[in-house]
Design a binder for this molecule. Structure first.
Ligand code: IFM
Length: 494
């Protein structure tokens, strides 16, 4: 059964006590202020300015202007009633040269953010690396260079020292898969390379960066919980001949990032040209990468379907599987899709949670991202009626309940995103937010989904879809918070 089709008032169900409700953003996607207060350049500043790389030539120069609108963003979070906010740190704002001298003004911005969150009873959850690598490091080899991993350890150390008294949950890396696949293999993200040898090196160095960052956070922010975020993606074979390809893609997309953390090795069946070469792996690297973590972060959006077949016979909606001439990506026509073209399959989330629970030996799992882009617009009445997003959230939370019922230790859910923002190569045309952002004026407006999500967060219950707030309802703050009990208290000042 597609859980999106279920509904009715009898489906209101509670999440466990202490379940964390949050929303997420990332620095380059929302901050703007790219030339202010000593921030260095990032690879996304460069990439976005390269003609043809980002839709309409959009850049993050202004984005949601969150650097100047901290109070507005806190008010949005307040209105949602969430207990936690996941943001990321702009590396070039803090270490403009990638390593070396710290830019105090950059750190001060995050200090103000963290203090404001804490003051409002919202737990800060910080991601150390969410894709905006300093250009200075790129100029020295980027993720193909071991020094970048060391520099990320330095960044994490600086952050632990500056913010470790208030940040109780740290995510080291966000979706290493995308850094490697899009940044180094198909060139659709910064730095725009298409080179398997560089990609193989990037795999090892980004995992090593996770290891160095974990060690630095353990040393500087004791008491906080630390873990990586993966975007583990299911590959479903639709016929027997596609099974081997599904397994190969699982190694390339999923196990190559999970295994080093959970088992201390890269999967033996990984594509040979992507296997990090022995000469890059120094003694102690794999032990560092597989040092204990406190949780696994999971970003889930969609599964993939594969069928065997010839590229010459591609049908509408199909495309080749890179490197596998005998297989094609297939989109079952009966599946709903978002405007990104991504299949909406909540059951995939349940299945990935069950898989990660098994593979991690029962680690707590936080869903650090889940959400959908939709063609949102402001109606003449001044509302944004994003029922599609509400259905998406409802279906996926139902899948979380199913995983919980199956015994998976799901500890929290962070919706992506707090507000519409710079969707990388798609620019501003893809809206993922619970709040509509009018790019230009920067005005924010709660969508209907914001009221729905608030209801869920403050009741800690999957309320039925029909129990929606009336259009345009103000998200007044009731003082209630959605699930903050299970994040550790902020550590004592260090
Ligand atoms: O916007 C991105 C985010 O930066 C990383 N995860 C996927 C989201 C939607 O594409």
């Amino acid at each position: 059964m597609n859980s999106l089709t279920s509904g009715g008032s009898q489906d209101a169900r509670r999440f466990p006590e202490g379940f964390v409700w949050g929303v997420g953003t990332s620095s380059y996607q929302i901050e703007g202020a790219v030339d202010e207060d000593g921030r260095g350049r990032s690879i996304w500043d460069t990439f976005a300015r390269t003609p043809g790389k980002v839709n309409r030539g959009d850049t993050g120069d202004i984005a949601c202007d969150s650097y100047h609108r901290l109070d507005d963003d806190i008010a949005l979070l307040e209105g949602l009633g969430v207990g936690a906010y996941r943001f990321s740190v702009s590396w070039p704002r803090v270490l403009p040269g990638g390593s070396g001298p710290v830019n105090q003004a950059g750190l001060d911005y995050y200090r103000r953010l963290v203090d404001a969150l804490v003051q409002h009873g919202i737990k800060p959850v910080a991601t150390v690396y969410h894709w905006d690598l300093p250009q200075a490091l790129e100029d020295r080899g980027g993720w193909a260079s071991r020094d970048t991993a060391l520099a990320m350890g330095e960044l994490a150390g600086a952050l632990a020292e500056a913010l470790g008294d208030q940040v109780a949950m740290w995510i080291t890396i966000n979706e290493p898969l995308q850094t490697v696949q899009q940044g180094y293999l198909n060139g659709t993200h910064a730095p725009g390379r298409r080179d398997p040898a560089l990609a193989a090196a990037a795999i090892h160095h980004i995992m090593l960066a996770h290891g160095y960052a974990t060690a630095a956070l353990r040393a500087g922010a004791s008491g906080a919980i630390v873990g990586p975020t993966m975007d583990t993606q299911p590959f479903n074979a639709l016929d027997e001949d596609a099974t081997a390809v599904a397994l190969a893609l699982d190694a390339e997309y999923n196990r190559v990032y999970l295994d080093p953390v959970l088992r201390g090795s890269y999967p033996a069946d990984l594509r040979a040209d992507l296997m990090p070469p022995d000469e890059l792996i120094q003694d102690g690297d794999m032990a560092l990468i597989s040092a204990p973590i406190d949780f696994l972060g999971l970003n889930y959006y969609r599964p993939h379907y594969l069928r065997s077949g010839d590229w010459a016979d591609l049908r509408l909606g199909e495309h080749p599987v890179a490197g596998w001439p005998g297989a094609v990506h297939y989109m079952p026509p009966d599946l709903p899709r978002t405007v990104m073209g991504w299949a909406v399959v909540p059951e995939g989330l349940r299945d990935v949670l069950i898989r990660l629970d098994r593979e991690s030996g029962g680690l707590p799992i936080y869903i650090t991202e889940n959400g959908c882009a939709a063609d949102d617009y402001i109606t003449p009445e001044g509302t944004v009626d994003d029922h599609e997003r509400i259905a998406y959230i409802h279906g996926h939370l139902e899948a979380v309940l199913e995983a919980l019922a199956a015994g998976v230790n799901v500890a929290g859910y962070f919706h992506w995103s707090l507000m519409d923002n710079f969707e990388w190569a798609e620019g501003y045309r893809r809206r993922f937010g619970l709040h509509y952002v009018e790019f230009g004026s920067g005005r924010r407006l709660a969508k209907r989904s914001a009221a729905f999500y608030r209801e869920v967060a403050i009741t800690n219950t999957l309320v039925p879809e029909p129990a929606l707030a009336a259009p345009g309802r103000a998200l007044a703050d009731s003082g209630q918070r959605g699930g903050d009990a299970e994040l550790p208290e902020a550590p004592a000042a260090v």
